[in-house]
Design a protein around this ligand. Structure first.
Ligand code: NAP
Length: 248
């Protein structure tokens, strides 16, 4: 077990990538705070983690709301005493073409994907600094590097912001030996991509050298590596998980 006695907050963990990350970290011995805007589904993930034999608690938090985020960290500290790992998985996607993006939609995508990553990281970083230890992993997207071929410009811009925020936070965190890294998935089979429909998914799969989408476990494995001792000296890095879609 790579994460025995560690406490991990995973946002957006009610389904998709967040759920896979929460279960993967739990299997390696971490206690999990399963945070999501959807409490009922987060509770179901907690039950799955308990079956593994690990401790977990579900917390309802909208990552774009500072009060919710502070409450999430407070609950973690009062229940588990510390926070060792934060994985920022909560995110929303839109395929709206540029001329159809309303200002409110732009603001909501940026608020959840970019501000949410900032608010959660800031709240947790404060705790980590006092203990001079911690790991933060942000989930960006392949679209952050190539623009919104499949997804909206607001989505890809928010995810590009996540990459740069990761680097800035990694610099601020370096004196405390806190690692801050980023995973950039290409399309992965989750409820998010299910919503795109068969025709679009077939077209996108053909654009990928592997001719297939990734599985949530592919991303969870990359996250596990970045929060483990094997990645001790890796920080400010962006790890692509995309079947060859983007190579840089
Ligand atoms: P998903 O299946 O839609 O799951 C995201 C989870 O986050 C859902 O439970 C969602 O709840 C929750 N959420 C939404 N807004 C939230 C908020 N404001 N505060 C807290 N939780 C919120 O998405 P996914 O495919 O697992 O994606 C996870 C992350 O990976 C996202 O950041 C996404 O942008 C990124 N990503 C995904 C892919 C992909 O192909 N799947 C590729 C690249 C990057 P509701 O369902 O109730 O909204």
């Amino acid at each position: 077990m790579k994460l025995r006695n560690k406490v991990a907050i995973v946002t957006g963990s009610a389904q998709g990538l967040g759920r896979a990350v929460a279960l993967t970290l739990a299997r390696e011995g971490a206690s999990i705070v399963a945070s999501d805007i959807n409490l009922e589904k987060a509770k179901a993930v907690v039950r799955e983690i308990e079956v593994i034999g690990q401790e977990a608690t579900a917390v309802k938090a909208d990552v774009s709301n500072k009060q919710d985020v502070e409450g999430m960290v407070k609950t973690t500290i009062s229940q588990f005493g510390q926070v060792d790992i934060l994985v920022n998985c909560a995110g929303i996607c839109s395929l709206s073409p540029i001329l159809e993006i309303e200002e409110e939609e732009w603001d909501r995508i940026l608020a959840v994907n970019l501000k949410g990553t900032f608010l959660c990281s800031q709240a947790v970083f404060r705790e980590m600094v006092s203990r001079k230890s911690g790991k933060i992993v942000n989930i960006s997207s392949a679209s952050a590097k190539i623009g919104g071929v499949a997804v909206g410009a607001h989505y890809s811009a928010s995810k590009a912001g996540v990459i740069c925020f990761t680097k800035s936070l990694a610099l601020a965190a370096a004196p405390y030996k806190i690692n801050v890294n980023c995973v950039c998935p290409g399309p992965i089979e989750t409820e998010m991509t299910d919503a795109w429909g068969d025709e679009m998914n077939t077209r996108f799969k053909n654009m990928i050298p592997w001719k297939d989408y990734g599985k949530p476990q592919d991303v969870a494995g990359a996250v596990l590596f970045l929060v483990s001792e094997e990645a001790r000296y890796i920080t400010g890095e962006t790890l692509d998980v995309n079947g060859g879609l983007v190579m840089d």
